[in-house]
Design a protein around this ligand. Structure first.
Ligand SMILES: [Zn+2]
Length: 340
């Protein structure tokens, strides 16, 4: 089985995102949000059949671990109440996709985060999504302020109540920022990759995994700058008298393959142990064009992985085994969904 661990519902029916705009406007004007729009099953079906499902079939992948649109999370907009209502609406829609296409999609939730509000506030929604919807993970935004980095780093005890619940539920987090509202940062070109790199260093300089030995993070977009600068990170850890990165972080931190060219994939798989890499494409995401150098879509990451000199056992880990290990609830959820 080929599991794509990083997909967002970027093709959701128009009225869903339109409601978000109305909700944020109403909040700004001190009015209550309008009622949520009706979305019919056939609208959801059409958005998937002509979108992510079509690409799964064309590219030969089997399952997408699917979450709400990341740039749309917008944790810097509104307040804790608007974030709760928006997260709930987005997660419900993911649940409906997974119910309509149980063989092809398993859910991951966004969290109702707000800058300056305790992550404890996210526990109820996480629990609801995992226990009621059968979701297998969450997306955790390390910077809910949208590019101003106002909250404590991920190693801080500020985040611990959420980590305790993640460990209890056996769900990992993909560390994923949302849109940047700081004009210095381009959302997907700089803020995303900065977020990935910053999150890794926050983990490196903390006791996080000593205190939570079973907590798991997936750092997306190939780990930002991390694999490329692996020597720097190893050297920094050594100077700080920390254990080697394999002992310090690699039982807990994993990287995906959302790197949109072959040389990047080659570097990723040479530098990072295969046990720590999960296949992903983030298709119909940040980069939707065709690479004129190859004639193929940039986000068809499977195509470049197929060109890597990987042993069949290693390829199986990257496509399936590692995801089943990192997402502790995935096997059971798949069994449940395929019985439908
Ligand atoms: Zn993403």
């Amino acid at each position: 089985m080929i599991i794509d661990c990083h997909g967002h519902y970027t093709t959701s029916p128009r009225q869903h995102e339109a409601w978000r705009t109305e909700q944020v406007t109403a909040h700004g004007e001190g009015r209550p949000a309008p009622p949520r729009p009706a979305i019919r099953d056939d609208e959801i079906r059409a958005s998937i059949v002509n979108g992510q499902l079509r690409l799964q079939r064309e590219r030969g992948t089997d399952l997408t671990i699917f979450s709400p649109r990341a740039a749309g999370m917008g944790h810097h907009l509104g307040d804790a109440t608007t974030s709760e209502a928006w997260a709930s609406a987005c997660n419900e829609l993911i649940h409906r996709v997974c119910s309509l296409f149980p063989q092809n999609f398993v859910g991951v939730c966004m969290l109702p985060q707000t800058a300056g509000v305790s992550p404890r506030n996210c526990i109820a929604e996480l629990e609801r999504c995992v226990l009621q919807y059968g979701f297998v993970g969450c997306n955790l935004n390390p910077d809910p302020s949208g590019g101003y980095w106002k909250d404590p780093p991920l190693g801080d005890r500020y985040w611990y109540p959420l980590y305790e619940k993640m460990v209890e539920l056996d769900v990992p987090a993909m560390i994923h920022v949302s849109a940047a509202c700081n004009p210095a940062f381009h959302t997907t070109g700089s803020h995303y990759l900065n977020g990935d790199t910053a999150a890794f260093m926050q983990c490196l300089t903390s006791d996080l995994f000593k205190n939570f030995p079973t907590l798991k993070f997936i750092i997306p977009h190939g780990g930002g700058a991390v694999p490329y600068h692996w020597g720097r990170f190893r050297g920094l850890a050594q100077d700080m008298k920390l254990p080697p990165l394999s002992d310090l972080l690699l039982r807990n931190v994993f990287f995906d393959t959302c790197v949109y060219h072959l040389p990047g994939q080659e570097l990723l798989t040479r530098v990072i142990p295969l046990e720590n890499i999960l296949f992903a494409s983030e298709m119909i995401g940040a980069v939707r064009g065709i690479d004129p150098e190859t004639g193929h879509p940039y986000d068809d990451t499977k195509r470049s992985i197929e060109q890597l000199p990987l042993a069949p056992g290693d390829k199986a880990k990257l496509y399936e085994g590692n995801a089943l290990r990192v997402y502790g609830r995935l096997s059971a959820q798949l069994a449940k969904q395929s019985a439908r």
